[in-house]
Design a protein around this ligand. Structure first.
Ligand code: GRF
Length: 206
């Protein structure tokens, strides 16, 4: 690694706090990840992750869905326009790190096998929003004794697609939702960087 063309160009998509974005920024700065974040995209203006990006001079794009819907355009038209804007940055990989919008084929077809997503649940468990809360409730009902996280290639079906990396996260009887969330997010920060490194390794077939 190290020569220019082996450094992966990343576009990172967020909708909120951006702690996973920060984990990528930190890993790059610490020399732990041979990548460069070319763009940070958010569909929410107040996403703190936009501030995190600006603090380290990463270009940002605030791209809300509402104006499209209010002007009678479709989610697919939004997705196609978003893909057009993002393509200009020539990303090798698009990392969905807390991106709370389901991307259709109008976006995904522009970046085949180049979009990965982080989801705070094990493969096949708790797809969709509030996955940690749902796992915590299932634990309290005695249905599960642990949860987990995964990074997967994105396909039109939500939180599905081939798994790149996954890790179990224990749940303890003394846990509150907050302590479980904290443990899950800490695990995510490591797994996401590991997954990006894994798919960036030229020796790995995809
Ligand atoms: C993460 O738990 C991610 O798995 C989920 O949304 C959360 C984003 O957290 N999709 P952050 O914005 O990276 O702190």
């Amino acid at each position: 690694m190290g020569d220019e063309d082996s450094v992966k160009r990343l576009a990172v998509f967020i909708s909120g706090n951006g702690s996973n974005l920060q984990a990528i920024i930190d890993a790059i700065q610490d020399g732990q990840l041979a990548a460069r974040i070319e763009l940070v995209v958010s569909n929410r203006r107040e996403a703190y992750g936009l501030i995190r990006a600006k603090e380290v001079n990463i270009p940002t794009l605030y791209f809300p869905l509402r104006p499209y819907l209010e002007s009678g355009q479709s989610r697919e038209q939004y997705d196609a326009a978003l893909a057009e804007r993002v393509a200009a940055y020539q990303p090798d990989l698009i990392v969905l790190a807390g991106w709370m919008h389901v991307l259709s084929a109008a976006f995904l077809d522009r970046f085949p096998q180049r979009v990965l997503n982080l989801h705070p649940a094990l493969p096949g468990c708790f797809p969709g929003a509030h996955a940690i809360e749902r796992a915590y409730a299932a634990f309290q009902r005695g249905e599960i004794d642990h949860t987990g996280i995964m990074v997967h290639w994105v396909v039109p079906e939500i939180d599905a697609g081939p798994v790149i990396a996954t890790a179990e996260v224990p749940i303890y009887s003394a846990d509150s939702l907050a302590t479980l969330e904290s443990r899950v997010h800490t695990a995510e920060h490591h797994l996401l960087v590991e997954a990006i490194r894994k798919v960036s390794d030229p020796r790995l077939t995809r």
